[in-house]
Design a protein around this ligand. Structure first.
Ligand code: IPM
Ligand code: MG
Length: 365
């Protein structure tokens, strides 16, 4: 198969982790006889520096003519005082919108080898396997009006949380369909005791749930869901939630399973799938070889699965990650007391080697 992929490494640790992810992608393509055709393009702060536009036309065109987009991270403190449309994040929000990627899947899976990395006791976190389904194109991130104005000392800022029924319906369908292939549980997270958007959300999700009699549907307020996520993470299967709640809960889920650096995501539902690790640009550790590339590497697995339906290849990457962790490979974010940490590139090497070794074992079997 021909895998035509736009690669937007972006800012901070984005380029470092993407480099390792691409190496793993090439290794798995090689092992399974696929051809990879990569188109590297600029986004975020890197694009602002070069073109004064966080999403240049040329990047957007390359994404739209690819079969998938692999993204590193976007965000840089250098642009903190820029107006909204000239911030790196504006490029990310726009690419999500232009691609129509409304369904953001954020799996948070606990690897048994990481019992010492989670802040939770092993018996609490063991068995955690959560799929957060985050609505990605609505809510306060995109609602109009939005503004900041007024005189210093008396300024007013406005954001609008907005959802339409069709927007809730389409994301709910994704969550229910995923639940059918998992443990058949959906927890819809909202703030229906306060927000109209959430009351609409709950109505629509409840109605959609009737079409899935085999799926056990629950509703939880977001504050309470945040507590339950650390108290009983193994109770969760599919979590269905709006844009900002999903942003917050997915970072928390990263902490629960040991490190945000492990989390991958797929943004699907539109013309072209967009794949990015959940962690962001982490400017404080950029360029120091400290970043964990496993989130980006697991993102490659999601890309293979969702954009190319290459399940065996995706599982091969996921298994390789599990293997290197069980062999004790730890980047700084995962290393416990007395454990040696390896660099970003060394972690990449280990995964690449494991993918190759599993291929050799297959070939000789
Ligand atoms: C994420 C990030 C982004 C978001 C930022 C960088 C705009 O935090 O993907 O979770 O809020 O969606
Ligand atoms: Mg986030």
């Amino acid at each position: 198969m021909q895998l035509k992929i736009a690669v937007l490494a972006g800012d901070g640790i984005g380029p470092e982790v993407t480099e390792q992810a691409v190496r793993v992608l090439k290794a798995v393509a090689d092992a399974f006889d696929h051809q990879v055709c990569l188109e590297p393009k600029l986004i975020g702060g890197a694009a602002l520096a070069a073109t004064n536009d966080p999403l240049p036309d040329d990047t957007l065109r390359a994404c739209l003519s690819s079969s998938a987009v692999l993204l590193g991270a976007v965000g840089s403190p250098a642009y903190d005082s820029n107006p909204g449309h000239l911030r790196p994040e504006a490029g990310l929000l726009r690419i999500r919108r232009e691609l129509g990627a409304y369904a953001n899947l954020r799996p948070a899976v606990f690897f048994p080898a990481l019992e010492d990395s989670s802040p939770l006791r092993a018996e609490v976190v063991r068995g955690t396997d959560i799929m957060i389904v985050r609505e990605l194109l609505g809510g306060a991130y995109f609602g109009q009006p939005r503004s900041m104005g007024g005189q210093p000392g008396a300024r007013v800022a406005i954001n609008t949380m907005r959802y339409t029924e069709p927007e809730v319906e389409r994301i709910a369908r994704v969550a229910f369909d995923l639940a059918m292939k998992r443990k058949r549980k959906v927890l819809s997270v909202d703030k229906a005791n306060v927000l109209e958007c959430s009351r609409l959300w709950r109505d629509v999700v409840t109605r959609m749930g009737r079409g899935y009699p085999d799926v056990k549907l629950g509703h939880q307020y977001v504050d309470s869901a945040a507590m339950l996520l650390v108290q009983r993470p193994t109770d969760f299967d599919v979590v269905l939630t709006e844009n900002m709640f999903g942003d917050i809960l997915s970072d928390q889920a990263g902490g629960v399973v040991g490190s945000l650096g492990l989390l991958a995501s797929a943004s699907i539902g539109g013309r072209v799938g967009l794949y990015e690790p959940v962690h962001g640009s982490a400017p404080d550790i950029a360029g120091k070889a400290l970043a964990n590339p496993l989130g980006a590497i697991l993102t490659v697995a999601l890309l293979l699965r969702h954009s190319f339906h290459l399940e065996t290849e995706a599982a091969c990457v996921e298994r390789a990650v599990s293997v290197v962790l069980s062999q004790g490979a730890r980047t700084a974010d995962l290393a416990g007391k007395g454990q040696a940490a390896i660099s970003t590139a060394e972690m990449g090497n280990r995964v690449v080697e494991t993918v190759r070794a599993s291929q050799r074992a297959q070939a000789s079997a």
